[in-house]
Design a protein around this ligand. Structure first.
Ligand SMILES: Cc1cc2nc3c(=O)[nH]c(=O)nc-3n(C[C@H](O)[C@H](O)[C@H](O)COP(=O)(O)OP(=O)(O)OC[C@H]3O[C@@H](n4cnc5c(N)ncnc54)[C@H](O)[C@@H]3O)c2cc1C
Length: 293
């Protein structure tokens, strides 16, 4: 009888242990799944990321298009120039897109953006170089990009048109504020929700972003970026005594010493110019290079 009692007791204990173990596994799985769900929400919930992009050049706008199409995030763009200047399609020199640049456009804005860009520009058939002392003897370098890259050409597109195409591929929720951001001189992280406010010169309060604070600053202000200076010098704002920001920022810019002159010629060139070719003129010692096309 005692043996039978022990046997039954052992079976009950084993069943209970198995039950606890099984229950734990189920609970743990549930817990793990829940944790993963929480983690992924925290990591990937696009609505939690509120970027402000400083600068509406090619870097700022391409970033905005990528944020929308790849991450589903609509940023605010601050552009210091006026609305009429920002909307002027005639403005700027030609942007040269090689196949890698075109593929980047396709990655951020799809086939349509890439094809519109190709159709809006001129396919480069080659380059002509005019070396010092040989003004009438260009050396021609026919372009082989198209054959070498599965039919993707090298294309020249006016900057104002590229800008318009990128703006067309932004989401309607993306806000572009013109005449904004030019006076930003630093940033401050607020204690509430880890937001960041951009600080205009000489103040501790933001007038720009008060209606919609950001928690990510994308600095796309171009070669004379104030934010690059701040990051490089481990600062969050320009000090009161650092009045001459332009001089400080210019010190940070690398200068190759070469002067590039670019000409977009708004009329037909004469027959001595090969259609589809860019022309580069080099002075003695390559001190000055002049490009025309
Ligand atoms: C004469 C010349 C010829 C060039 N030719 C070529 C070429 O043929 N091919 C090529 O690939 N590259 C060329 N480049 C280089 C090319 O222009 C740059 O690499 C490119 O423009 C960089 O893009 P970006 O968006 O970083 O900066 P930018 O084009 O400088 O854009 C920065 C934008 O930010 C705005 N901004 C600046 N500060 C603020 C602020 N605080 N708040 C708000 N807005 C701000 C500016 O108004 C501007 O719209 C040339 C450059 C020069 C000067």
């Amino acid at each position: 009888g005692i043996i039978f009692f022990y046997a039954v007791a052992r079976i009950i204990i084993i069943i209970f242990a198995l039950f606890v173990l099984l229950n734990n596994i189920v609970e743990n799985n549930g817990y793990n799944i829940m944790t993963m769900a929480v983690d992924s929400t925290e990591k990937y919930d696009a609505s939690l990321v509120k970027p402000v992009i400083l600068g509406g050049g090619i870097a700022g706008l391409a970033t905005a298009v990528a944020l929308k199409n790849i991450a589903g995030i609509s940023p605010i763009i601050l552009e210091k120039s006026s609305l009429s200047s920002f909307q002027n399609v005639q403005v700027g020199g030609a942007v040269q897109f090689g196949p890698n640049g075109l593929k980047a456009l396709r990655a951020i804005g799809g086939e349509a953006l890439m094809q519109k860009c190709i159709q809006s520009g001129s396919i480069i058939k080659g380059n002509a170089m005019i070396f010092p002392g040989m003004p009438h003897k260009p050396t021609f370098f026919p372009d082989t990009t198209e054959e070498d890259n599965d039919g993707l050409p090298k294309v020249l597109v006016r900057w104002g048109i590229v800008r318009e195409l990128l703006v067309q591929h932004l989401s309607p929720e993306t806000t572009i504020l013109t005449e904004a951001g030019g006076d930003v001189c630093g940033y401050e992280a607020t204690k509430i929700e880890r937001n960041i406010i951009l600080l205009p010169k000489g103040t501790n309060e933001s007038t720009i972003m008060d209606r919609d604070p950001a928690n990510l600053i994308v600095s796309a202000e171009g070669v004379r970026s104030k934010f690059r200076y701040l990051v490089n010098h481990n600062k969050d704002r320009f000090g009161e005594n650092e009045e001459d920001l332009t001089a400080l920022i210019n010190n940070d810019v690398k200068d190759s010493g070469r002067i590039n002159l670019k000409a977009i010629v708004p009329r037909d060139l004469d027959d001595s110019f090969k259609p589809g070719y860019t022309y580069a003129y080099f002075a003695q010692n390559a001190g000055v290079a002049c490009f025309a096309g």
